[in-house]
Design a binder for this molecule. Structure first.
Ligand code: EPU
Length: 343
């Protein structure tokens, strides 16, 4: 493995910030990981494991080693009557994996189409969209334990998936390198019988209608989700962004009732932990939608997404996010939590 010094991360973070890593290396086989750890783990300098760089905000040059995990490969492990078991290397591009599964007729991931990033990050933040979460289909996650260099396996249940949450953000935070994720998917026969489709979130049904589809299968759902995302969300290849910058806050039923008495148009959704209020709505109510300050801005179609129109720095985006956070707190008494990891 080659280690580069003073390496530009501009193409490796979807905000497109031109920050540099003191050292950069790329892992192309799981066997290289223990060798790498022996050399670089436990040193004074920090270590950052990089996936697709689609959920990160770099506010400065990184003073340590950035390690990109480029472990490829998709394997059909088992094809049964009730489920298909498919495994993917952590470095596989998430949407390539979804496309591959959909083209084979395997269901369970189609609503997660076009989410930027790599397979290895999906269990960490339990990516979710249009009524589906990756965690629902994760059978197990294979990872290297950084402390020992040993390969470990954890089941989907042990991952304790929640809304943009998992064990990898708690007990296992910064202790693992995910190498492979194994998924339980819905077999072709079942998806052909239209089993397991999730069509009730947001505009999926409406989009299928526009497409002229009356009997959708997973291919059509993927297409509908791609069309919705392309129309609403900025393409990071064109405009730097990291998807939703904040999580949707969950408040108590009492708090939601109090807010509703002041804002009867407030959208809200039931959540296992209370009432979820769309952060996009809170931010829009505070007047931020479509605002731009130099090259840092709040997206015009989806105010939950902060964008770099060209030359913005991570510090500028961070400052903007702090101003948004403060105004939502002042107006609604709700503290927005970042979804994006700030470095
Ligand atoms: N809304 C507004 N104004 C807007 C846009 C939305 O008030 O300009 C309100 C509406 O009430 C709308 C609600 O927000 O019904 C929800 O909007 P949307 O369906 O766009 O979803 P979201 O809750 O804002 C979440 C995920 C997205 C995911 C979408 C679709 C989080 C933090 N974000 O956004 O994920 O694509 O649902 O399922 O949960 C990401 O994580 O990077 C991401 C893009």
């Amino acid at each position: 493995m080659t280690i580069h010094e003073n390496y530009s991360l501009r193409k490796l973070n979807t905000f497109g910030f031109d920050v540099r890593a003191a050292r950069f290396g790329e892992i192309r086989s799981a066997e290289e990981i223990p060798l790498f750890l022996e050399k670089f783990y436990r040193q004074e300098e920090p270590l950052l494991i990089l996936g697709g760089g689609s959920n990160l905000l770099f506010t400065r040059d990184f003073p340590g080693t950035v390690l990109r995990i480029s472990l490829g490969g998709i394997t059909l492990v088992e094809e049964g009557e009730k489920e298909v078991v498919v495994s993917a290397g952590a470095g596989v591009i998430w949407d390539d994996f979804v496309a591959y599964c959909v083209s084979n007729g395997w269901g369970g991931l189609e609503n997660l189409s076009l989410i930027p990033g790599l397979v290895g990050s999906t269990p960490i933040q339990n990516i979710g969209a249009y009524g589906m979460e990756a965690g629902e289909t994760v059978r197990e996650v294979r990872y290297t334990e950084m402390e020992t260099g040993r390969q470990q396996v954890i089941s989907g249940t042990q991952c304790r998936f929640g809304y943009r949450n998992s064990i990898f953000k708690h007990e296992l935070k910064e202790k693992t390198i995910v190498t492979e994720v194994v998924f339980n998917l819905i077999p072709k026969k079942a998806t052909e019988a239209r089993e397991g489709l999730k069509l009730d979130y947001g505009h999926i049904r409406k989009e299928l209608e526009i497409m002229g589809v009356s009997d959708p299968g997973i291919r059509e759902v993927r297409e509908a989700v791609c069309r919705i995302r392309r129309s609403k969300l900025p393409d990071p290849a064109v405009t730097g962004n990291a998807g939703s910058f904040f999580k949707n806050p969950v408040v108590t039923a009492e708090k939601a009732d109090t807010l509703r008495s002041g804002y009867d148009c407030m959208p809200s959704f039931a959540d296992p932990n209370g009432i979820k209020i769309p952060a996009a709505w809170l931010i829009e109510q505070c007047g931020w939608k479509g605002k731009r300050f130099g090259d840092a801005g709040v997206h015009i179609n989806q105010p939950l997404v902060l964008v770099n129109y060209g030359q913005a720095t991570g510090q500028q985006i961070l400052q903007l996010s702090e101003q948004i956070r403060r105004s939502v707190l002042d107006k609604f008494g709700i503290t927005l939590e970042s979804e994006v990891v700030i470095i």
